[in-house]
Design a protein around this ligand. Structure first.
Ligand code: ACO
Length: 319
C-alpha cells in the first residue's frame, strides 16, 4: 500500500509587500535582500486571514482537484507554528470550517519542517490501513510573530497555506520519508514563550534567529537528508525529476540542488515571491508547479525542509 497525492491546493494573502516597500520601514534595500536571500516580495495576511482561514481556502482547492467532498476525509493534520488560538488546535477550526465532524483533527508544530513531518505521519496512517483519505495542510501567519523593527529577520518571512489530499493506493506514491531533529540547536532559531503567564517583557514573542548558524546548519542537513532519501531507495541523483525545497533562501536551495547535481530548471522556486512561509512553503510550491503543468503524473519528486529546533526531513514521492 502506497500513499498517493491525489489533489493539491494553496492560498496566498491578498496583500503583497515588495522589498522597496519594506525599505521604507527599516534600514534595508531590495539589493541587500535579493542578493542575500533571493526574495523580492512576500504576501502578508490581514487579521481575517488566519492559519485556519487560509488552510480552509487551500483545502477547498485540494478537495476540488481530488474530486472529493470534505465528508470523504478520514483525518485532518495541520502543520503550523502560528495557530489561530492556543486551543482548540487549528485542525479542529479547519474541520469546523469544512462543515464536518467526528474524524480526528490535530496540529503538528515542527516549524518549517512541519509539512514534511505531517506528510510522514499521514503516510504511516495510510500504509497501516488505519486511514484511507487524509487532508494534510501547512498554514502560517509568520508575519504575526515577526519583529518589524528587526531588519535581520523581518525581510525573510511571509504568509500562506498549502494543502494536499493523500489516499491509499496500490500504485506508487510516497516511497519514503526521513525525519530528524536536534534540540541542541534550540537557541539558533526560536520564538519565546507565547503564554501570557510566562512571557518576559524584555523578550517579546517574535522570531529570534542566528542567521549564519541557521544557514550553515541548513546547507549541511539538507544535503545529507536528500542523500539519505536516495540511498534508502537505491536511486541515483538522475532519478529526481523535481526538487521541491523549503523556500527560506535561494542560496540554501541552490546548495541542495548542487549536491544533487540538479540544474535549477528542475527546482521549484517560489521564495522570490512568497519569502519564507515556514510549514506552508513546500505545499505552496508543490501546488504551483502541479497547476502550471511542470509536475506531471509518474514523475519523481524530492521534498525537503528544515526549521527551528532544528528539525528537518525529506519525502521522496512518485507523483
Ligand atoms: N538589510 C541590510 N543590512 C542588513 C540586513 C538587512 N535586512 N540584515 C542584516 N544586515 C546587516 C547586518 O547588520 C550586518 O551588518 P554589519 O556587518 O555592519 O554588522 C550585515 O548586514 C551582515 O549581516 P549577516 O547577518 O552576517 O548577513 P548574512 O550574509 O549572514 O545574511 C541572512 C543574513 C540572509 C539572514 C543569512 O544568514 C541567512 O539567510 N541565513 C539563513 C536564515 C534563514 O533562512 N532563516 C529562515 C528561518 S529558518 C529556515 O527556514 C531554514
Amino acid at each position: 500500500m502506497y500513499t498517493r497525492i491525489i489533489g493539491t491546493g494553496s492560498y496566498l494573502p491578498k496583500q503583497i509587500v515588495s522589498n522597496d516597500e519594506l525599505a521604507k520601514r527599516v534600514d534595508t534595500s531590495d539589493e541587500w535582500i535579493f542578493t542575500r536571500t533571493g526574495i523580492r516580495s512576500r504576501h502578508i495576511a490581514s487579521g481575517e486571514e488566519t492559519s485556519s482561514y487560509m488552510g480552509h481556502q487551500a483545502s477547498l482547492k485540494a478537495l476540488a482537484a481530488a474530486e472529493l467532498q470534505a465528508s470523504d476525509l478520514d483525518m485532518i493534520i495541520v502543520a503550523t507554528t502560528t495557530p489561530d488560538k492556543g486551543l482548540p488546535n487549528t485542525a479542529c477550526l479547519l474541520q469546523e470550517r469544512l462543515g464536518i465532524s467526528a474524524i480526528p483533527a490535530f496540529d503538528i508544530t515542527v516549524a518549517c519542517a512541519g509539512f514534511i513531518y505531517a506528510l510522514s505521519v499521514a503516510d504511516q496512517f495510510i500504509r497501516t490501513g488505519s486511514a484511507k483519505t487524509i487532508l494534510v495542510v501547512g498554514a502560517e501567519v509568520l508575519t504575526a510573530v515577526t519583529d518589524w523593527s528587526d531588519r535581520s529577520t523581518c525581510v525573510l518571512f511571509g504568509d500562506g497555506a498549502g494543502a494536499v489530499i493523500v489516499q491509499g493506493s496500490e500504485k506508487p506514491g510516497i516511497l519514503s520519508t526521513h525525519l530528524h531533529a536536534d534540540g541542541r540547536q534550540k537557541d539558533n532559531l526560536y520564538i519565546p514563550s507565547p503564554l501570557p503567564g510566562q512571557a518576559r517583557a524584555d523578550e517579546p514573542s517574535y522570531i529570534r534567529m542566528q542567521g549564519r548558524e541557521v544557514f550553515r546548519f541548513a546547507v549541511k542537513a539538507l544535503g545529507d537528508v536528500v542523500e539519505e532519501a536516495l540511498k534508502a531507495n537505491h536511486l541515483p541523483q538522475s532519478a529526481i525529476d523535481w526538487l521541491i525545497p523549503h523556500q527560506a533562501n535561494l542560496r540554501i536551495i541552490t546548495a541542495t540542488a548542487e549536491k544533487l547535481q540538479l540544474s535549477m530548471d528542475k527546482v521549484v522556486v517560489t521564495v522570490d515571491r512568497h519569502a519564507n512561509t515556514s510549514a506552508a512553503s513546500v505545499p505552496l510550491a508543490l501546488d504551483e508547479a502541479v497547476r502550471d503543468g511542470r509536475i506531471q503524473r509518474g514523475q519523481t519528486l524530492l521534498l525537503e525542509a528544515i526549521g527551528g529546533g532544528f528539525v528537518w526531513g525529506s519525502a521522496l514521492i512518485v507523483y
